[in-house]
Design a protein around this ligand. Structure first.
Ligand code: UTP
Length: 293
C-alpha cells in the first residue's frame, strides 16, 4: 500500500468562529498545524503518496505544504538553520496532491473523489482532524490486517455510553486468536441507549478499492450526507473479492482537533513533552490546579 487519502473538506462548524476563514486542520498544535501531524503519521506508515480532498477556504493547506522561497532565503541569510529545517520539513515530507470535493456532501462523497487517483489498490484514509500520538501506532497494524483478510479495516476505540452517539458504532465478533475483530454491522451516530457496542469508529481506515463501487450507489444517509459508514456496512455484509470489514482496537492517545476540549488536550499533551516547554507548563498547570491562597 502506498497511498493515503486525507479528507479535509468539512466545514468545521464546531470550532467557529476560529474556522470562519481558517481551516480547522491549520489550527496549531504547539507549533505545527494539526494536519502536519496527520501527514507525518502517514509517512511513518510508508505512505508517501498523499491525496487531500479539499474544499473552499482550504488554500492555506496547499500553501503549508509548498515551498516558501522568501522565508527560506531570509532564514538562510540569518543563518537560522533550525527554523529553516522546520520550514522546509512540511514541503519535503511527502508527495502531496489535492482534489476539491465541490459540495461537501459527506465523508463517503469525499472518499469517492479519490477514486481516479487511487485506482484499483488498497489505500488508507486518515481524517485530517484526528490526531494520533506518534508513539501510539495503529496504521501499520491495520495494513497488516488488510493484507491478512483481504477486506477493509477500521480503527475502533472504546468510549463511554454517553459518547458513543457522537461516532459511528461497530457491532463486532471475535475471530479467535487474531489481534483484530470482525465487524458485523455499523451504525452512524446511534441514538443514546440503542448502540450495539461501546466501540467507536475513529478516523483511520484501510480500505479495499471495492468501496468505490459501493459509494457510487450509496444514497444520502444520516444528516442528508453520503456516509462512509453506510458503504462500510454494505461491504461488511457482502461476499466475494474485497468483502468483509475488520476492526483493530486502538488503545492509545487520540485527539479530535475539531472539538474544542479535545484540541486543548492535544496542545497540552504535546507541549508537556517538549523539552523547551514541558517543565514550565507543568509548573503552571500545578498552580492552576492548586492556586495559592
Ligand atoms: P466532521 O464530522 O468532523 O465534520 O467530518 P466537519 O464538517 O469537518 O466538522 P464540524 O462537525 O462541522 O465541526 C469528519 C471528516 O470528514 C471530512 C472532514 O474534513 C473531517 O476530516 N469531511 C466531512 C469531508 O471531507 N467532506 C464532507 O463533506 C464532510
Amino acid at each position: 500500500m502506498r497511498k493515503a487519502v486525507i479528507p479535509v473538506a468539512g466545514l468545521g462548524t464546531r470550532f467557529l468562529p476560529a474556522t470562519k476563514a481558517t481551516p480547522k486542520e491549520m489550527l496549531p498544535v504547539v507549533d505545527k498545524p494539526a494536519i502536519q501531524y496527520v501527514v507525518e503519521e502517514a509517512v511513518r506508515a510508508g505512505l508517501r503518496d498523499v491525496l487531500m480532498i479539499t474544499g473552499r477556504n482550504k488554500r492555506p493547506l496547499e500553501d503549508h505544504f509548498d515551498r516558501v522561497p522568501f522565508i527560506e532565503q531570509t532564514l538562510e541569510a540569518k543563518g537560522d538553520h533550525q527554523k529553516l529545517a522546520a520550514v522546509r520539513e512540511a514541503s519535503s515530507l511527502a508527495d502531496i496532491h489535492f482534489v476539491r470535493q465541490g459540495d461537501p456532501k459527506g465523508l463517503g462523497h469525499a472518499v469517492l473523489r479519490a477514486r481516479s487517483h487511487v485506482g484499483d489498490e488498497p489505500f488508507a484514509v486518515l481524517l485530517g482532524d484526528d490526531l494520533i500520538h506518534e508513539e501510539d501506532e495503529v496504521l501499520a497494524t491495520m495494513t497488516r490486517v488488510q493484507e491478512e483478510t483481504g477486506g477493509s479495516v477500521v480503527a475502533l476505540m472504546e468510549v463511554s455510553p454517553e459518547e458513543i452517539s457522537a461516532y459511528g458504532c461497530a457491532d463486532v465478533v471475535s475471530v479467535g486468536s487474531g489481534d483484530y475483530v470482525k465487524v458485523q454491522g455499523l451504525v452512524e451516530k446511534p441514538e443514546p441507549g440503542s448502540a450495539p457496542s461501546n466501540l467507536a469508529v475513529i478516523g483511520r481506515y484501510v480500505l479495499h478499492p471495492r468501496i468505490f463501487d459501493i459509494l457510487e450507489d450509496t444514497p444520502p444517509g444520516r444528516g442528508g450526507e453520503i456516509q462512509l459508514t453506510d458503504a462500510l456496512q454494505e461491504l461488511a455484509a457482502s461476499q466475494g473479492e474485497g468483502a468483509g470489514v475488520y476492526g483493530v482496537i486502538f488503545r492509545g492517545r487520540r485527539f479530535d482537533t475539531g472539538d474544542k476540549l479535545s484540541y486543548i488536550k492535544a496542545v497540552i499533551t504535546i507541549a508537556l513533552e517538549r523539552p523547551e516547554l514541558g517543565d514550565s507548563l507543568r509548573d503552571w498547570l500545578d498552580d492552576v490546579k492548586a492556586p495559592a491562597l
